[in-house]
Design a binder for this molecule. Structure first.
Ligand SMILES: Nc1nc2c(ncn2[C@@H]2O[C@H](COP(=O)(O)OP(=O)(O)OP(=O)(O)O)[C@@H](O)[C@H]2O)c(=O)[nH]1
Ligand SMILES: [Mg+2]
Length: 455
């Protein structure tokens, strides 16, 4: 179980900006002795301990010998009115990692230690400034590389998912209380009327959880992007298509079949969604040892891809044989059959989802649209929709769903109220894990150890 921070918790320090040269660097200090400890190495007009919260002060940080390390601006956050919920200081220095390291060293001589990865955010969570889903969103906001993924992470940081989970938990608690009431008053078992209401409530919750689970494929795409394997027979034009996407001659293209051997990985952004493209070796039976290894890698990429772009050379025709192999190896249901080289030959109708020429660019707009549609599915979500993008949340929701279904089973089997109660309580705990109402130290450590130091 997570515990609350006690007053005598350590004070921690870390560089909050990247460890490199820039206009400024920011050093973060948080904990009960943050302000008095920084005061000991700070020389300014006033003592920081006498400054109001949310004010900024110019001065210098001094070495133990009294020499100035750098001019700094210090922001003071007192009375726990800070990101972490503790007294905090932010020191802005000239953006030189050497200066930052020197300042951190003099602070470490005070009652301050180096922060662990994610420890600032972990404290914000433990002090109730953020719930766990929001704390995880801090990392997502920082790691977002596109407009769309940033919006998704902001959505979670703003607590939209948390609110949804909290309301589902409340519904569950209400349903549990109905059962407990019955158990208290009924001599034998639960009345039929109450049972009906309980089943109705459980069904409603299941429905909402299933709706949330459905958002995961969308959420995952906007958060992490999608892996797209360019697969097909040799010479189909896979590398030509990669080059067209990237607007550069990234991969070698030649009329010799079997040109590509290694997998070539590049990112393509279409309307804010990240597609990780994998150009692969053309798949065919071969005696060439190097090509054999290339084909093996193609098959692996094919297995792991979220989306398969199955390229065919229309001058040769649709490769039925390879298509069945793809269907067997890739379970995603997201295989796009592409006819390439339509500038030379008209493809057989009905065989393809999209027709293009990697040479002239014909059909590329429809290919982009197709990729986007396949990645996002038919889902249309507004900015205020709760979306699940984190596998941990997804797993917890699935567990909750299982427990609710087992509760319904107990009702159908006419088991006693205790059985139903246990399942409902388990489901409530599963949901509680998402927002961190219920968590183990293991879960917390696992989450925050993935953060950088200084977050
Ligand atoms: N006319 C025409 N030629 C194309 C088109 N796309 C590719 N080619 C040609 O087809 C040949 C093979 O292209 P690549 O892009 O190397 O094909 P690949 O699928 O990567 O081939 P491997 O790496 O050997 O598996 C090259 O000579 C290309 O110029 C197209 O749309 N139209
Ligand atoms: Mg190639």
């Amino acid at each position: 179980m997570s515990q609350s921070l006690s007053q005598n918790e350590d004070t921690i320090v870390a560089l909050a900006t990247p460890n490199g040269v820039g206009a400024i660097s920011v050093i973060r200090v948080s904990g009960p002795s943050a302000i008095p400890s920084v005061d000991k190495v700070f020389s300014g007009k006033k003592k920081l301990i006498d400054c109001a919260s949310h004010t900024i002060h110019y001065g210098r940080i001094l070495e133990s010998g009294g020499e100035a390390i750098d001019d700094v601006l210090i922001s003071v956050f007192s009375d726990g009115r800070s990101f972490t919920g503790e007294d905090s200081i932010e020191i802005s220095t000239h953006g030189n990692p050497f200066i930052a390291q020197k300042i951190i060293s003099v602070l470490l001589l005070q009652e301050i230690r180096l922060a662990e990865p994610g420890e600032f955010t972990k404290r914000a969570y433990l002090n109730g400034k953020l719930d766990l889903a929001q704390a995880e969103a801090v990392a997502d906001v920082i790691n977002s590389r596109t407009e769309v993924s940033l919006r998704g992470a902001r959505n979670q940081l703003d607590g939209i998912l948390s609110k949804k989970i909290d309301s589902l938990r409340e519904q569950l608690i209400h349903t549990s209380s109905l059962i407990e009431l019955e158990l208290d008053f009924a001599e034998e078992d639960i009345h039929f009327m109450s049972l009906q209401e309980i089943v109705r409530n459980i069904d409603e919750i299941i429905e909402e959880i299933e709706a949330l689970l459905k958002t995961f494929s969308f959420g995952k795409v906007i958060r992490d992007g999608v892996n797209v394997a360019l697969v097909g027979p040799p010479n189909a034009g896979k590398s030509s298509l990669l080059n067209y996407f990237l607007k550069e001659a990234r991969a070698i293209v030649s009329e010799v079949p079997g040109t590509t051997r290694d997998i070539i990985r590049e990112d393509l952004f279409i309307d804010g969604i990240m597609f990780r493209l994998f150009d692969t070796a053309g798949i065919r039976a071969t005696e060439d040892a190097v090509e054999k290894e290339g084909v093996l890698r193609s098959r692996n990429a094919l297995k792991e891809a979220d989306i398969v772009l199955f390229l065919n050379d229309t001058t040769v025709g649709f490769s039925e044989h390879l298509y069945s192999e793809i269907l067997e190896l890739n379970q995603s249901d997201r295989i796009v059959r592409v006819a390439n080289k339509v500038d030379i030959t008209r493809p057989e109708p009905d065989k393809y989802d999209v027709q293009i020429s990697a040479k002239t660019g014909v059909g590329m707009q429809s290919l982009f649209e197709k990729l986007k549609a396949v990645a996002l599915g038919s889902s249309t979500y507004t900015e205020r929709t709760a979306i699940v993008s984190n596998i941990r949340h997804y797993d917890s929701l699935n567990k909750a769903n299982e427990h609710l279904k087992s509760a319904k089973e107990s009702i159908n089997k006419r088991l006693t109220g205790e059985f139903i109660s246990v399942d409902l309580r388990n489901a409530e705990n599963d949901l509680g894990e998402i927002v961190g109402k219920i968590t183990s130290d293991d879960i917390l450590n696992n989450i925050f150890s993935k953060f950088c130091i200084g977050k």
